[in-house]
Design a protein around this ligand. Structure first.
Ligand code: UD1
Length: 366
């Protein structure tokens, strides 16, 4: 059996690493299972792509579609054309897509249309109900044509059932991003800023921002940064800057002298910082999951989340995108009253093994 694994953007690389490993282990046990790793090229900077492959021990992709940057339509079109060509040359038996990025949607459509190939969506079923997010459209389109849903949460299962997906196609397996985190936890390492800024455990903040709604407009970004800096009680703020944000940041005119800016950080360095931080301020989805597992207070600068369990069970709190909501959140943090969190069911480091066991079962290749 040949499985295509699609990876396009930074969070995908973290999610596919343990799946590749689980397939390799099954193959080593003599099971007739093989994979072809397809990098779409959506993220291409060394720090957004290559460094993740290296640190997480992901083998070289078999194919790189080299889609690169562009508008949503340009990027989608380039990925679709590249993947269609690949499938025309050699089809596969199953296409695994992960997460919610443009590559996820583009390749799932091609797999179904170009060869009626079965599609498995890892992290299927989650919904923000916010159609201004390109990711929500990617999730809805992908899930509309997915055959097998490997889900991270009870909420995802409910969403799928409400959309009429039968139980037989829903596999509640947990979170592959957490497989990677559990495995890499002992290898986390301090980035240079740890020493250069004289950071210590519980005495700094980590900030990431990259959602179009927060960073594409310079006055919006400036207002958020002002509120965060003014509320931070003088704690150092470490801010690894996403390429999308970096384009606007220099135009905001905000005094960033107390902020430690850096290029996007490697996986091991970034998660070292999160693990030891007083709190994380972010608009990412994946980081709210990692902060939950590490028990670190997390403020999410979004009005909604497709990962409600990070709030109901974990340490995450939706602060919203109004800068006025930021000071009260910091007051809760500094008064020592931030909630203590737990870990959502099946986020135990064994999700990818469960996914591959299910695939072996579904396709009868044991
Ligand atoms: C994408 C995902 C988002 C994910 C994020 C993580 C979609 C719709 N969005 O957003 O869900 O959380 O990745 O990083 O798929 N750029 C570079 N170098 C790169 C990659 C991008 O300079 O290696 C630039 C692009 O030129 C573009 C901007 O960054 O201007 C945004 O990149 P893009 O891949 O379109 O979306 P992200 O904002 O990264």
């Amino acid at each position: 059996m040949l499985i295509d694994i699609i990876a396009g953007a930074r969070p995908n690389f973290i999610k596919i690493a343990p799946i590749v490993e689980a397939i390799t282990k099954a193959k080593d046990r003599g099971i007739d299972i093989n994979y072809r790793l397809v990098h779409t090229g959506q993220h291409y900077d060394k720090k957004m792509s290559h460094d993740f492959f290296e640190q997480l021990g992901i083998p070289e992709p078999h194919h790189n579609l080299e889609a690169g940057s562009g508008t949503q339509a340009e990027q989608t079109g380039k990925i679709m054309m590249g993947y269609e060509k690949l499938l025309t040359e050699k089809a596969c038996d199953l296409c695994i897509v992960v997460g919610d990025v443009t590559s996820t949607m583009a390749c799932s459509i091609v797999a179904k249309k170009a060869g009626n190939i079965k599609v498995a969506h890892v992290e299927g079923g989650i919904r923000s109900r916010d159609l201004t997010m390109p990711e929500e459209i990617n999730r809805m389109v992908t899930d509309a044509i997915t055959d097998y849903f490997f889900t991270t949460s009870a909420t995802a299962n409910e969403n799928l059932k409400a959309a009429g997906v039968p139980d037989s196609r829903i596999f509640f397996v947990g979170n592959t991003m957490i497989d990677t985190l559990q495995k890499q936890m002992p290898r986390l390492m301090a980035p240079p800023v740890w020493k250069s800024a004289n950071l210590s455990t519980g005495a700094y903040l980590v900030l990431t921002l990259h959602r179009p709604a927060n960073v594409d407009d310079k006055s919006k970004l400036a207002a958020l940064l002002h509120a965060i800096i003014d509320s931070s009680n003088g704690l150092p703020i470490v801010f690894p800057v996403h390429p999308r944000t970096s384009k606007v940041l220099s135009e905001t005119g905000v005094d960033l002298s107390t902020v430690h800016l850096s290029e996007p950080m490697s996986y091991l360095e970034f998660n070292f910082l999160v693990k030891n931080a007083k709190a994380v301020v972010t608009d990412s989805g994946g980081i709210t999951e990692e902060a939950t597992v590490m028990g670190v207070p997390c403020m999410t600068l979004r009005d909604n989340t497709e990962r409600p369990e990070t709030c109901t069970i974990g340490t995450n709190e939706l602060i919203g995108t109004d800068p006025a909501n930021i000071p009260p959140a910091f007051e809760t943090l500094f008064s020592g009253n931030w909630k203590k969190g737990g870990i959502p069911p099946l986020w135990d480091g064994h999700t990818s093994e469960r996914i591959i066991a299910n695939i072996i079962d579904i396709f009868g290749i044991a």
